[in-house]
Design a protein around this ligand. Structure first.
Ligand code: ZN
Length: 203
């Protein structure tokens, strides 16, 4: 039985080699071909104006008019090789007004918005929401407490004070959908063998 997993199937090419090149990232972020998915207070911009709802991508000029200090997070390249970013615009008091959003575009709570988005869009939303949320809660170094800076297009934060790096990344979990029952089985040990240690490695 085929099962569509909401928040899975992100079609973007994460371009791991390119995201390690600060010069390329800077040029891509200012490119007229770049697309930006803004998140405000972790709510995502959704375009429900014409036809089925889709993610509310904005162009570079519209985003740059906001003057947001947060650096953008590189999501990857789309099927037309256009660089796609997400940007936390929570510092903007009234994004609807500042962006002069046309009718049909509005910020929606991310999990609720996913119920009306195409599956590929929910995969992109999951990546954007997870990374923006992670950076909001990891602004300071866990080793020395100093403020950290974003690197690799948002896949890492670095502490200039002590040199510590912290990387984001998807946490992998294995699930099984038995064909005889539309329910989710999640494996779990009866007793944690690694209690007191950090969790599983990202992969
Ligand atoms: Zn540090």
């Amino acid at each position: 039985m085929a099962v569509d997993h909401t928040f899975a199937g992100n079609p973007l090419d994460r371009a791991d080699v390119r995201r390690r090149d600060p010069a390329w990232l800077a040029a891509a972020a200012h490119s007229t071909e770049a697309r930006y998915l803004p998140l405000w207070q972790l709510n995502v911009l959704v375009d429900a104006g014409l036809g089925p709802a889709t993610l509310g991508w904005l162009d570079t000029a519209t985003i740059e008019r906001l003057g947001v200090e947060q650096p953008p997070i590189f999501l990857g390249l789309d099927h037309k090789d256009r660089p796609c970013f997400t940007l936390d615009i929570s510092e903007v008091a009234d994004p609807h007004h500042e962006l002069a959003l046309p009718e049909g575009l509005a910020f929606q709570e991310s999990r609720g918005a996913a119920m009306s988005l195409p599956q590929a869009d929910t995969g992109i939303l999951a990546q954007a929401r997870a990374q923006v949320g992670w950076h909001r809660s990891h602004r300071f170094c866990s080793a020395c407490g100093e403020q950290t800076v974003m690197q690799k297009g948002g896949h890492q934060r670095h502490c200039d004070a002590c040199g510590t790096d912290r990387a984001t990344g998807p946490w992998c979990a294995l699930v099984c959908f038995p064909p005889w029952r539309a329910s989710l089985i999640r494996g779990k040990r009866s007793r944690r063998r690694c209690a007191g240690r950090s969790g599983k490695r990202r992969g």
